[in-house]
Ligand binder design. Structure first.
Ligand code: ARG
Length: 451
């Protein structure tokens, strides 16, 4: 074990079993750059508040900056013997700048460091997720453009319902992604980067010193920069004990994963031999070790299956947090793996789905075949009768009987004679009805939807 951030009050060395059991360095090294940014901001606060001389602050800042650059260049190696990333960075800083490093922790606790760096990690991750979601939407956009005029059978209860444009079906997913984006925006804005909580009770430093413009530490994020500014915590106890923001991200990711899973499921069904609506490119499918003919949608199945893991992570943290007394308790260390895992998983799903969408080929002939099913136009026949003055309920019943007759006697409605139709309603005019069994006429007759 490397040097700890505590130890003075202990007369015996920590048992190695305890060290191993309590460590979080294996995963919280992912907070390194955010912890370092927090420390650079803290140096500024300490200098302004008179706890550091200008020279000391400059040395600390330089040391932190050099470690930050290592992280950015991929040269940072967390020491797995350290308790956590915060300890590891403190030790690395001491190795670089010497004893002045021991002043960095003035008026600060790890409780605050953990909360601060997790909040900052979340903000950056939200931006990354939004880029991933935007890329996925743009692949959907290309597909929409490619098949702009294609019509497919629409389903309810997985039964033929009514004809719809494929583009409207795909736009339904764009709508979902728009809501996902709005949820992430809300969470991003709601995360306040607070400092000054100390361990839980606040610090002797005046509130004003904690209002730091972070723009000088973070370049290239002009748009959202105000949301990166640090502020004094309104309530120091809440500031260290709140993990709502992690739970909110996990719940937004659960909803997003559910959307991706439904999309995957639709494509899995459509790519079956029975449907044959769509072909997924070879490069995004996998084979079978025994059956040489197989081309399997494993990517989509994993997207569908992974949703369960993202939900699991949400439930895991909700359950962890429900019994944690204020303020910080070590249980809260367990928020990180579910958070990191879910974010990384969803990011990779958005990437792989964007690629997969680019390889989709819809089978026009096969879909056309399915669109011949007269039942898809039954509702249009109802509107037809309504247009001729028949009350809707009566029209619904009349067409229902006509459809039943058609199935019972295996005769297509279009093949019925005028007198056969007259038995159901004299309002039916065969020549007019024939025109209704046309997908194009059917979709164009719907005026309520945006074109
Ligand atoms: N690795 C810990 C975490 O993520 C650090 C906090 C430890 N704080 C404490 N008061 N023991 O929560």
């Amino acid at each position: 074990m490397t040097k700890k951030l505590w130890g003075g009050r202990f007369s015996k060395k920590t048992d190695p079993l305890v060290e191993e059991f309590t460590k979080s360095i294996y995963y919280d090294y992912k907070l390194s750059e955010y912890d370092l940014l927090g420390s650079m901001i803290h140096v500024e606060i300490l200098r302004n508040a008179g706890y550091l001389k200008a020279g000391e602050a400059a040395r600390l800042y330089k040391g932190l900056k050099s470690i930050y650059e290592d992280v950015k260049n991929g040269e940072f190696k967390p020491d797995e013997r350290s308790e956590d990333i915060h300890t590891d960075i403190q030790n690395k800083l001491e190795a670089r700048v010497g004893s002045v490093a021991s002043k960095l922790h003035t008026a600060r606790s790890r409780n605050e460091q953990v909360a601060f760096s997790t909040r900052l990690y979340c903000k950056f991750s939200i931006l990354e997720l939004q880029v991933g979601a935007a890329n996925f939407v743009s692949s959907l956009g290309k597909l929409i453009h490619k098949y702009e005029d294609m019509i497919i059978p629409g389903y309810t209860h997985m039964q033929h319902a009514q004809a719809v444009y494929l583009r409207d079906y795909l736009f339904a997913y764009v709508e979902m992604l728009k809501r996902d984006n709005a949820r992430l925006n809300y969470i991003f804005k709601a995360i306040k980067l607070t400092m000054g909580a100390g361990a839980l009770a606040g610090t002797p430093i005046k509130r004003d010193y904690y209002n730091v413009k972070v723009s000088k530490f973070l370049k290239g994020l002009e748009e959202s920069i105000e949301f990166f500014d640090v502020q004094a915590a309104d309530n120091s106890i809440d500031s260290v004990s709140d993990r709502d923001f992690v739970i909110e991200i996990l719940s937004a990711l659960s909803i997003l994963s559910m959307h991706l899973s439904r999309f995957a499921e639709d494509l899995i069904i459509w790519s079956t031999k029975e449907f044959g609506f769509v072909d997924i490119g070879d490069s995004f499918t996998t084979g079978s070790s025994l059956m040489p003919q197989k081309k399997n949608p494993d990517v989509l199945e994993l997207v569908r299956g992974n949703a369960g893991r993202v939900y699991g992570n949400l439930v895991s943290l909700l359950t962890t947090m429900k019994g944690v007394p204020l303020s910080y308790d070590r249980d809260m260390q367990l928020d990180k793996e579910p958070l990191f895992y879910s974010i990384e998983l969803v990011l990779s799903e958005l990437k792989v789905l964007s690629g997969l969408v680019g390889t989709l080929k819809f089978n026009k002939d096969r879909i056309k075949e399915e669109l011949k099913d007269e039942s898809l136009y039954a509702a249009d026949l109802v509107y037809y009768l309504v247009g001729k003055g028949m009350p809707f309920a009566k029209a619904h019943e009349t067409v229902g009987k006509l459809v039943r007759y058609s199935t019972d006697y295996s005769i297509q409605i279009k093949d019925m004679t005028q007198s056969q139709m007259d038995k159901f309603s004299e309002k039916f005019v065969k020549n007019e009805i024939l025109k209704l069994f046309d997908p194009e006429v059917s979709v164009k007759s719907k005026k309520s939807i945006r074109r």
